[in-house]
Design a protein around this ligand. Structure first.
Ligand code: ADP
Ligand code: MG
Length: 399
């Protein structure tokens, strides 16, 4: 696989880097800069090699048109601080501002283009629409470096199509991520325990199919719990629920039993009558998982479940964790996530945290990142890799 060295002498060359700078914002304040920090080494290496570095990235999910709420401008400032050199900011992606900004770069300078998803071509399902946008991006550069691990599972213009149009290489961050994930798929030390949570329920349910063939134990928390509980015949009140996945959940439970894989579901749940909003003090109540009141919704796994999950993790030699156990952003519903994170720090073996929110949770709850084997910048991408799916953004570099 070809790293940035394969691009030859970069002095004076314009290098387009796709980074993942999709950080959580509160207004224009960056609440967790983990992804920016993870992107710095590759950008710095290119700048130090004398390249004129043009960074492209997305923020959030704007609808294919400029939207000031999703501007990358605050990110340019933070990136400059972390790099220790100014970062020029282009107010568009392939327009006049981008062209002028790239032209003004000297060797070793760095520019950031505005949110690439302000262009409908970025995420279009139409190959021609995407291709033509990628062609415009490619005109800004002489070479391409793919370093946005969080997006390599997406067939998007700045991830996939642009690599067809420029000499391309894999950035150090993507290479390091793939390296760790390979260790999870090739002969992992056992027991191998996977913890799944978060709110992207249908995405993550799909992963279980494949994991049942690989992991020894599956711990389920977060928003996914309630579809399983309902499938087992329990009422879940106003909790997150995917009605059309009930059969799938039942099938997983049967299949797991047949294969000797243990699926561990929480036995107690922290509920409230409303989703936390900031306008009302949370009123957390712990109830049995089999008795969620009709007027309530599950917002975290309970203390008994947290302890059971921690006990399962204490025996593990390999752990992959994706998705918070509850609405960890609110202290009243953060304890389940804290229990799992804490248990991961004691794993005697390889522990991997994957997912933007999971990684942010680890930091927000005050854990030392060094206590984990690896904190991945990409949730969806790492899950798809573990499922054995081909990642378009990687495959295109390996042509
Ligand atoms: P990741 O980014 O780590 O892959 P997700 O994006 O799938 O994780 O999910 C993260 C979000 O899930 C968090 O914002 C958290 O508040 C939310 N969440 C966790 N548990 C629940 C729940 N029971 N109900 C609703 N949302 C939940
Ligand atoms: Mg997320």
């Amino acid at each position: 696989m070809s790293g940035i060295d394969s691009l030859g002498d970069l002095r004076g060359k314009r290098v387009l880097v796709r980074s993942d700078l999709n950080v959580p914002l509160d207004g224009d304040r960056i609440t967790d800069d983990g992804r920016i920090r993870a992107s710095v080494p590759t950008i710095r290496a290119l700048a130090e090699a004398g390249a004129r570095v043009v960074v492209t990235a997305h923020l959030g999910r704007p609808k294919g048109a400029p939207d000031p709420a999703y501007s990358l401008r605050p990110v340019a400032g933070r990136l400059g601080e972390l790099l220790g050199r100014p970062v020029a900011f282009a107010t568009d992606t392939v327009g006049e501002s981008a062209t002028a900004t790239v032209e003004s770069l000297a060797d070793g300078d760095v520019a950031l283009l505005e949110n690439v998803r302000f262009n409908e071509g970025e995420t279009s399902k139409d190959d021609d629409v995407r291709g033509s946008f990628a062609g415009q991006l490619a005109q800004l550069a002489d070479a391409f470096v793919s370093d946005g691990f969080g997006v390599v599972h997406r067939k998007q213009a700045s991830v996939y199509d642009v690599a067809l149009r420029l000499p391309s290489a894999m950035g150090g961050l993507v290479a390091a991520e793939i390296d760790v994930l390979r260790r999870l798929t090739v002969d992992p030390a056992r027991p191998y325990v996977v913890v799944l949570g978060g709110s992207k329920v249908s995405d993550k349910l799909g992963v279980i199919d494949n994991l049942l063939g690989k992991a020894d134990k599956l711990l389920i928390g977060g928003g996914m719990v309630y579809t399983f509980l309902k499938a087992q015949g329990h009422e879940v009140g106003k909790s997150l629920l995917e009605e059309d996945q009930l059969d799938t959940c039942l099938r997983y439970l049967t299949e797991a039993a047949e294969r000797g894989v243990e699926i561990l579901l929480p036995t107690d749940i922290v509920v409230d009558t409303e989703f936390p909003s900031g306008e009302r003090e949370p009123q957390p109540v712990v109830v049995p998982a089999s008795a969620i009141p009709g007027d309530s919704l599950g917002l975290d796994i309970g203390p008994e479940s947290g302890a059971a999950f921690a006990a399962a993790l204490a025996e593990a030699k390999t752990v992959f964790w994706n998705g918070p156990m509850g609405v960890f952003e609110v202290a009243a519903f953060a304890e389940g996530t804290r229990a799992v994170a804490e248990a991961l720090t004691h794993v005697d073996g390889l522990s991997v945290v994957g997912g933007g929110d999971s990684a942010a949770a680890v930091r927000a709850l005050g854990f030392d990142e060094a206590a984990f084997g690896h904190i991945s910048t990409g949730g969806g991408a790492s899950l798809e890799f573990l499922e054995g799916k081909e990642l378009p953004g990687i495959a295109v570099l390996e042509r």
